[in-house]
Design a protein around this ligand. Structure first.
Ligand code: ATP
Length: 352
């Protein structure tokens, strides 16, 4: 188990002057469950490979429990890895595959056997341990890969790189929950790379959101939802994502582009750059009183309905309350406690 720290860490690939990973300082606590979340190309794999030792950063240091491991190999760092695609020995049984990392480390047979059966149980593989890996489907093979990553409890960290990519959609939910359960039982530092917010939010205690080579927020799933630190996080987390309305802010009042005034829950000093009001669709409802909007369409998402509206010509997603038909003169009611102000994409703190 390890506390992982990055000191002025940055990376650029040979032949490119641009940063694939912009300079950063960050700490991941021992035994935490972290997800690295962001769109394709934002630098997740680069950061993961720097943690595992597959890639040496161009600048800065990586520390495991205070020890500089920047120049150490994956093996010397003692990290386990699970990749997108199964890595299994076809000629071995499932049991032998799962026991392999333990045998390699000289774990006594009885302890190894117990550990393999425990992990197999958690992954739903108990009844099939003596089957040859060669005869298995992609789902089961990937479960073995996951099991091999999880079977040692003496590792500094377990790194997962989009581990559910090949898993059948209906099994994904089950495996996500099992991984979370496993982390509760074996509190090893786990780092899980994904571009899928559901996977990140189910698995992680702390989600590291990345955009264009930069960590834009590290927070609990609740914090990312309640207080996105950056407009990118607001857009990326939630479905639909947060709404942003261009505005001018003076004290505790925002004036929207069309001239409507909105009371804010706190006061703000002078704000530089592009100023926007942010609110999630969950806290903006179609109503009979409020800001006038035009409803373009209503989407039924099963448990809730989302009205796609326009406010002063700006597209906006709002909640259509249960049982309500779209009124003849639809209005938008904003929950004032849930309003946030952003200046040049960053959350403005405000006072009060
Ligand atoms: N070996 C490489 N050589 C040059 N550039 C690279 C290399 N690997 C990644 N990059 C670039 O670095 C940036 C970050 O890539 P990275 O693979 O870390 O992102 P990612 O978030 O993991 O994306 P994905 O989800 O598609 O894997 C991208 O612009 C990518 O093109």
């Amino acid at each position: 188990m390890a506390r992982i720290a990055f000191e002025r860490l940055a990376h650029g690939y040979p032949g490119s002057s641009a940063y694939a990973l912009k300079p950063m300082d960050m700490v991941w606590e021992d035994a935490g469950a972290y997800a690295l979340l962001g769109p394709s190309g934002c630098g997740k794999t680069t950061l993961l490979n720097i943690v595992s030792g597959l890639l040496r950063p161009r600048e800065g240091r990586v520390l495991f429990d205070g020890q500089d491991v920047t120049g150490l190999s994956t093996e010397r760092r003692n990290v386990a890895q699970v990749f997108q695609f199964p890595v299994v020995y076809d000629t071995m049984t499932m049991r032998e595959n799962l026991a392999f990392p333990l045998r390699n480390r000289g774990v006594p047979a009885a302890a190894a056997r117990a550990r393999v059966e425990h992990v197999a149980g958690l992954l739903g593989l108990s009844g099939m341990l003596d089957r040859r890996a060669r005869n298995l489907g992609a789902d089961d093979k990937q479960k073995i890969s996951l099991g091999r990553g999880l079977v040692r409890d003496d590792v500094a960290a377990i790194l997962f790189d989009e581990p559910l990519t090949v898993i059948d959609p209906h099994l994904k939910w089950e495996l996500r929950s099992r991984l979370k359960e496993l982390h509760r039982q074996v509190p090893v530092t786990m780092i899980y790379v994904t571009h899928d917010q559901t996977e990140a939010l189910t698995f992680a205690d702390r989600v590291v959101v990345m955009s264009e080579g930069e960590v834009v927020q590290v927070g609990t799933p609740e914090a990312l939802f309640d207080r996105p630190a950056h407009t990118f996080v607001g857009h990326f987390i939630g479905s639909p994502g947060m709404n942003f309305l261009p505005c001018a802010v003076e004290g505790d009042t925002a004036t929207l582009a069309g001239g409507h005034r909105v009371g804010l829950p706190r006061g703000y000093g002078a704000l530089a750059g592009k100023v926007e009001l942010g609110i999630r669709p969950e806290f903006a409802a179609i109503a009979r009183d409020g800001l006038p909007v035009t409803v373009r369409r209503v989407e039924d998402l099963g448990r809730r309905r989302i009205a796609r509206v326009e406010l002063d010509g700006v597209p906006f997603a709002a909640t259509l309350p249960e049982g309500m038909a779209v009124p003849a003169e639809p209005r938008l009611a904003l929950d004032p406690r849930r309003l946030h102000v952003y200046a040049d994409g960053r959350l403005a703190e405000g006072e009060g």
